[in-house]
Design a protein around this ligand. Structure first.
Ligand code: C2E
Ligand code: MG
Ligand code: MG
Ligand code: MG
Length: 273
């Protein structure tokens, strides 16, 4: 058992480490039972057309309510990946997002669901996607799956296979957080993405005059026939500059934060009248 050491650098360090490990164990245990205890929610953030700010799609984002606290996905997704629970969580989010979107009043709205590379590599992933589509009745082209560039570090043969299977079903594939990973141009070409989401980090730079990466990305996306989404738009200036640069869609707090389904419907009806 752990014993607190007498004060001193080593003692302070080890008790901090102990607290951290303890906290992680607590979260791990909680995470294991979170689905069954109905502690997950999905919130939806609007993605709008750059030319007229009309709603184009929503991104589904997972939320975890644990012991009266909201735990950020930035924290629990990596933990879920480490422990393997990501498969169940990801599948739950996928089903929830498909059902909610199928029930949306306008049958053109698309939903973008984040998918961990571990899910993509799993043998049962395509079957789970089929189940989500079939049980919800959502038209497959209304489902977008977001993967990050980190997938390029993994098994390319399996991933190429999975993406081909998804594309054969007319499901759209988005590359998320573009520019933060290490994707080679030939891999981008080989994998045939439909959508490219430019990471917030690059959006924040453009108003300081550092727009080279965004301009180059937009040119490349156009060559590949990818639609583009700029993430993390917080100011009207950013929205204007990116629209002028030719980005297709915008997402960020300027338009809306991620919203519960009901709040999303209110946001939508307030805007469309
Ligand atoms: P992401 O997929 O890049 O999602 C965008 C993140 O940026 C979301 O954070 C969103 O709330 C935040 N965001 C949107 N607009 C703005 C803005 O204008 N300013 C700022 N500062 N932030 C903005 P969130 O919801 O905390 O999610 C963090 C990450 O967790 C996501 O990044 C995604 O990688 C992961 N994640 C969330 N839900 C899921 C899920 O169901 N499955 C998997 N595998 N990953 C998920
Ligand atoms: Mg995303
Ligand atoms: Mg992103
Ligand atoms: Mg991100």
């Amino acid at each position: 058992q752990h014993k607190r050491v007498t004060p001193g650098v080593v003692g302070v360090f080890s008790s901090l480490l102990y607290d951290k490990l303890n906290e992680e164990q607590r979260l791990r245990d909680g995470l294991r039972q979170a689905i069954q205890r109905q502690q997950f929610h999905v919130v939806y953030q609007p993605i709008v057309n750059a030319n007229d700010s009309s709603l184009w799609a929503v991104e589904a984002l997972a939320r975890w309510q644990f012991n009266d606290q909201w735990i950020s996905p930035a924290l629990f997704i990596p933990l879920a990946e480490k422990t393997g629970i990501i498969h169940d969580i990801g599948n739950w989010v996928l089903h929830r997002a498909c059902i909610d979107t199928a029930q949306w009043p306008d049958d053109t709205l698309a939903v973008s669901v984040n998918v961990s590379v571990l899910q993509m590599l799993s043998d049962s992933f395509i079957r789970q996607v089929d189940q989500a589509i079939n049980s919800s009745g959502l038209a497959p082209h209304r489902l977008h799956l977001e993967v990050t560039e980190s997938i390029f570090a993994d098994d390319m043969a399996i991933l190429t296979d999975r993406i081909a299977a998804l594309k054969a079903r007319h499901i759209n594939i988005a590359i998320d957080d573009f520019g933060t990973g290490f994707s080679s141009l030939s891999l981008l070409q080989a994998l045939d993405f439909d959508l490219l989401k430019i990471d917030r980090a690059f959006i924040q730079q453009i108003t300081d005059g550092n727009d080279t990466i965004v301009r180059a990305t937009l040119l490349m996306a156009k060559e590949f026939g990818c639609r583009t989404v700029a993430e993390g738009i917080e100011t009207t200036q950013q929205a204007e500059v990116l629209t002028a640069m030719g980005v297709d869609c915008l997402q960020g707090y300027l338009f809306a934060k991620p919203l519960e389904k009901k709040a999303l419907l209110k946001w939508y009806t307030d805007r469309t009248g």
